[in-house]
Design a protein around this ligand. Structure first.
Ligand code: CA
Length: 430
């Protein structure tokens, strides 16, 4: 999922909402018909922000030192306004985020950091599997922090584009983090929008909630796994996490169920759901503490879930129900749980990251210049997928699913030559 989109705690620039039948992971950007930004105005703009930064707590010397060599990165403005044409179905989103590989990696992390996680749970009252699931989704267990220098991105977004007031606040907070010595400017890299470190906190979230758990005097969400795990738990606790309670579980709806009244926020008592015929997916009665909302990520014909208050705490980390479901489900898988019982309403299931890498390898073998095999199906991969779908007589939608992968596997090797019917369209670079 990384890294051409924002991520991280309380990043208000990443939106995802459920629609039926597709999940839109699109940033609903406003059309921007502004004049091209003028790089010459950058230095005066940054100079003009000094007073506000100092008022916010950045030292005057620190401001001068940390901004002296900044140059704008205009590419982040394109990312700010990026509108993906491709709508990612929920089953694709989850297939990539909660796959066997991430479950195995997460279980290895639970073992490796067991003592730390036990201490975190004792202090913050959030269980290890949930904390590790957030870590796995946010940065793939510390493997992917994002590589954009935060001060560059945030200063650019502070001076250009459509959300300058918001990004100025994050810019000042990022300066404070470096100025205080918690994280060095060199280590402060992340997503284009400013999320960084193991937990992909935004700078403002860092200042509110980051914790020095290893006791070295620095809150270091880049270099310290204990600090990162404790900070994640602290976030969830402050978001209302209740120890010992479940996030929710999959349920089975009776035939002819009236799905009006569904929705995470529309919480009702378990007695009310029981009266309407809702049972746990294994047929047992509903249980759990408090009221629950009915989540139907793909409509009434797909998997259904009752979600409790702890689901809302996860949602607070990143306001998207798809995201919260990925973390919740990964945490269950880390505890030994299985995949969802009810299939998604599709005859062409999504691909794990291993399968995406295999698909990319098969595309490259057919001559498509899609860049490196990274398991992320970006624009270049999708362009190649369209060409192969057309050649194979499949619906041409640019989506990499099991049907295309199976067809290419059956062909094996390099498959059919590309040079036919003028279909060898140039693929884009990443
Ligand atoms: Ca520390």
């Amino acid at each position: 999922m990384k890294r051409n989109k924002p991520a991280g705690a309380c990043v208000s620039t990443r939106f995802a909402t459920f629609t039926v039948p597709l999940l839109i992971l699109a940033v609903t950007a406003t059309a921007h018909a502004q004049a091209a930004p003028d790089p010459a105005s950058f230095a005066p703009c940054v100079a003009g922000l000094k007073a506000a930064a100092v008022a916010r707590g950045v030292s005057p010397e620190g401001y001068e030192r940390l901004t002296a060599s900044l140059v704008p990165d205009m590419k982040v403005l394109d990312l700010l306004d990026y509108q993906p044409e491709f709508r990612t179905p929920i089953w694709d989103y989850l297939a990539g985020l909660v796959d066997d590989e991430r479950v195995a990696d997460g279980q290895a992390m639970l073992a490796q950091w067991g003592d730390t996680l036990a201490a975190v749970a004792a202090r913050f009252h959030v269980d290890p599997a949930t904390v590790v699931a957030v870590w796995g989704v946010e940065s793939n267990f510390g493997r992917n922090f994002g590589s954009r220098p935060l001060l560059t991105s945030l200063s650019t977004l502070s001076c250009y584009g459509r959300r300058q007031a918001y990004f100025r606040g994050e810019f000042y907070d990022a300066l404070k983090i470096v100025d205080s010595g918690d994280v060095s400017a060199e280590q402060l890299t992340g997503s284009w929008a400013g999320a960084f470190g193991h937990t992909q906190f935004m700078p403002s979230t860092f200042l509110r909630l980051a914790v020095d758990f290893d006791g070295d005097g620095r809150r270091d969400l880049v270099g310290s796994v204990p600090d990162a795990l404790a900070s994640t738990a602290n976030f969830l606790r402050k978001a209302g996490w209740r120890e010992g309670e479940v996030w929710g579980y999959e349920v089975r709806l009776p035939d002819g169920f009236d799905a009006s009244g569904a929705g995470r926020r529309n919480k009702q008592s378990l007695a009310a759901w029981s009266v309407r015929g809702v049972k746990r997916v294994d047929g047992t009665p509903l249980d759990g503490a408090g009221n629950a909302g009915l989540l139907l990520p793909a409509g009434p014909k797909g998997p259904a879930f009752l979600v409790f208050r702890n689901f809302d705490a996860i949602y607070g980390y990143n306001a998207a129900e798809s995201y919260a479901l990925a973390i919740a489900h990964l945490s269950d898988r880390l505890r030994g749980g299985g995949p969802f019982v009810t299939p998604w309403p599709t005859d062409d299931a999504g691909l794990s990251r291993a399968e995406r890498r295999e698909l990319q390898t098969l595309l490259i073998a057919r001559g498509h210049a899609i860049g490196t095999v990274d398991g992320m199906l970006g624009d270049a991969s999708r362009a190649a997928i369209r060409i192969e779908q057309q050649r194979l007589g499949q619906p041409v939608d640019g989506r990499g699913g099991q049907k295309l992968l199976s067809a290419l596997r059956r062909e094996g090797g390099a498959g059919q030559p590309l040079q036919q019917d003028g279909l060898d369209a140039p693929t884009q670079g990443r």
